[in-house]
Design a protein around this ligand. Structure first.
Ligand code: AMP
Ligand code: MG
Length: 408
């Protein structure tokens, strides 16, 4: 057996970041920027009001401060989008709407809530304001020449919005990965088909397609392949030409019909490695590079397939996608119950539920911990790391890998 870290380092050493391209902004969510994005404009492009209200000059602002109110005649109304440059005549004010360009000489904007309309087109303004109150200055969000999004950023919704705010149409990123997924196993059927004795529905293909989609790659479902060496060889060599990465499940253990591991070895011209990793679940794993595509031979047991994805495939995809942060990050949590295990030379990753209490994170190990208990896994939101030991007691601190969807 090799350590998890050695397996991760091996996989990471064999994959490379993909090409940088300029992609349309609305296709860039989750991709990583391949260079700094510098703004050519100021945002806001002009001084404007943050509130609906009345634009006043320095003299009126001073009177307001001195007397607690000021009465002014209303010169007109300025709507958002009205670009005309105005000045405030002495003793006057403009009614002005949020986002509208402030007239020259505006010292502050009084909120409409602090105004009383008087007869004859006048208004009485109140409130405690200082110079610049309720004015959004030109360039106060972004100035020309600012790096708005640095290289290496994983683009989220607010990055996309920021890039849109500076008028960007295409963004420099590492291109989106394309990943093919297939299942191997004579026992597997698709939902909608009827099961004969001894058969089961294929769940791995679907859970892996889902996990890959959540990781921001483009996924293609390549179906079920029977436990037949020729069929597996054909499917893998074809997929290797088309995809950046391929995930299979099943056929990497020590059973009589576990062909995948040998075929990968053959197709990769010997660069592949079939590993026994000192973890539970997900001990068997195969990795190799076939025709430039990264091949991940994940185990067949449904919990193992997902754990293997999380600990081994996701870090490699992260590197290929240009992400700096590749290995999963764990946080400390206090376990609300004990967990017994025995020494076997492996780290166990058990399924649990983390909760975010007032002042700490707690973790609850779930009762069913076999690698076929996929339904139990679906009730969990974390993996709890249990080092090779006799387990832990209630109240102990444990390391947990929180399912990323919990943070969303
Ligand atoms: P294998 O690694 O091929 O020996 O499979 C290990 C276990 O996982 C067996 O019980 C298989 O029936 C099961 N298994 C393999 N592939 C899948 C799949 N795609 N969906 C659900 N269970 C599977
Ligand atoms: Mg099998």
């Amino acid at each position: 057996m090799i350590s998890l870290y050695e397996a991760q380092e091996f996989v990471l050493s064999k994959v490379e970041r993909k090409r940088a391209i300029a992609t349309p902004l609305d296709k860039a969510l989750g991709l990583v920027t391949s260079g700094d994005v510098v703004s050519m404009v100021n945002i806001p492009p002009f001084d404007n009001t943050a509130v609906d209200g009345f634009a006043i000059d320095t003299e009126s602002l001073e009177e307001l401060a001195r007397r607690g109110s000021v009465t002014l005649s209303v010169e007109g109304t300025i709507a958002a989008g009205d670009g005309k440059l105005r000045e405030i005549p002495r003793g006057s004010t403009y009614r002005i709407m949020t986002g509208a360009r402030t007239p020259e000489g505006t010292a502050a904007v009084v909120m409409v809530e602090d105004s009383i309309d008087l007869d004859g087109g006048a208004v009485e303004l109140r409130g405690a304001l200082s110079h610049g109150s309720n004015i959004r200055r030109k360039g106060s969000d972004v100035s020309t020449g600012d790096v708005v999004v640095p290289e290496g950023t994983v683009l989220n919704a607010s990055h996309i919005g920021t890039l849109a705010s500076i008028g960007l149409v295409r963004v420099p990123v590492y291109r989106r990965l394309r990943v093919g997924v297939l299942s191997t196993g004579d026992e597997l059927k698709d939902g909608g088909e009827s099961l004969e004795e001894g058969q089961i529905y294929d769940s791995n293909r679907h859970s892996l397609v889902a996990a890959l989609s959540q990781s921001g790659v483009e996924v293609v479902d390549l179906g079920i392949i029977r436990d037949d060496a020729d069929l597996i060889r054909d499917a893998l060599s074809k997929a290797a030409k088309e995809f950046d990465a391929i995930a299979t499940s099943g056929g990497v253990s020590v059973g009589d019909f576990d062909f995948t591991k040998a075929i990968v070895q053959e197709l990769s011209q010997g660069n592949a490695r079939w590993m026994q990793i000192a973890i539970r679940p997900a001990k068997p794993f195969a990795f190799g590079v076939l025709d430039g595509a990264a091949f991940f031979g994940l185990p067949g047991n449904p919990v193992s397939a997902l754990v293997s994805f999380e600990l081994l495939m996701k870090p490699a995809l992260a590197k290929m996608a240009g992400k700096d942060r590749q290995l999963p990050k764990f946080v400390k949590a206090r376990s609300v119950s004990g967990y017994k295990r025995s020494l076997d030379g492996k780290i166990h990753f058990i399924r649990g539920v983390v909760s975010f209490e007032d002042d700490e994170i707690t973790a609850l190990p779930l009762p069913k911990q076999s690698s076929h208990n996929l339904n139990e896994m679906s009730q969990s939101n974390c993996l709890i790391e249990v080092p090779d030991s006799e387990g832990f007691e209630a109240g102990d601190l444990v390391r947990v890998l929180v399912n990323s969807s919990v943070w969303i």
